[in-house]
Design a protein around this ligand. Sequence first.
Ligand SMILES: [Ca+2]
Length: 330
Amino acid sequence: MPQSEPNKDKAEIHPDQEKKQSKVKRYLRGWMRDILVSFAAVGAILVILYAYSGLWPFLVVVESGSMQHGSDSQIGVIDTGDMVIVKKLGSGGEITTYIQGKISGYSTYGAYGDVIVYRKNGHDDATPVIHRVVLFLRYNSSSNAFDIPELNSPSLVPNKDWGIVGTSPRWYAVTGKLWIADYGHAKINLTINLGGILSNVASRHDGYITLGDNNRGAVDQTNLLYRDELVQPVKFEWIVGVARGELPWFGALKLLFTGNAQYVPANSWLYLQISIALIILVPFLVDYWLEKRAKRKRKGETRAVVVCPSCKTENDLKTKKCVKCGEKLK
Ligand SMILES: [Ca+2]
């Protein structure tokens, strides 16, 4: 009975081909690992930010230049195309106004006080506005005027830091034009027409005065119409949250599809392109470097040596005589 030749039915694989296949497998495994690690890292960051913010979505894309401090974008300033985290508020005490910030030295995004995200006149479907809080007005119904308790501070000098046009300064029962000296990053003389706000019956309530840093002193609550209504002082319940942090430039990608991309500063586009190039290139470079290192390690592990029988020194395989004692090596 004829014996079958061993491995006759098995296709023979050339060692080079085998090597190539294992290399491809290694690359694929590496890619899978990178993708899984990336997803896990992004997931972990989203969970942490959501826990911090208390809101979903917790990021807003800045669509206008009303908070910019110049024509170029800057880190630490809210520019068109930036993204910021919005942190949910628990109570009114968490907001620091510009005036309170001036007293305590607290500042965010390049000026005193907090920047809030709110909806004009509390309309749920209104596009949120992201502006700085100047001060808090307490409506005094008995005098049909506003009280501004935060102006009653020894750190502020009436008639130097603030005052009322045409009358002696007082922080209570104010019905005229309030002025604040050296306001904001541009050190403007800011005037808020409280009488004008009071003339609108719907505005006679407690609320915050807000202003875009780049709006040259035109507070949101002065003669600004929204859906045929004058914009009122911001009630606490109209506030979505307070702005925290900054992811610069990346919101510009959204504006490419939704409009307003023309307002994104030129230097933001440049930094965005550089960032995207780095995000794509860096994993490739890291992978290349890791593969090189692993190759060097594998080479080192397979390096053959011959041990000298006399002094036990390890010699290179091709060496004829021990490099230490000169003993002839086999
Ligand atoms: Ca910025």
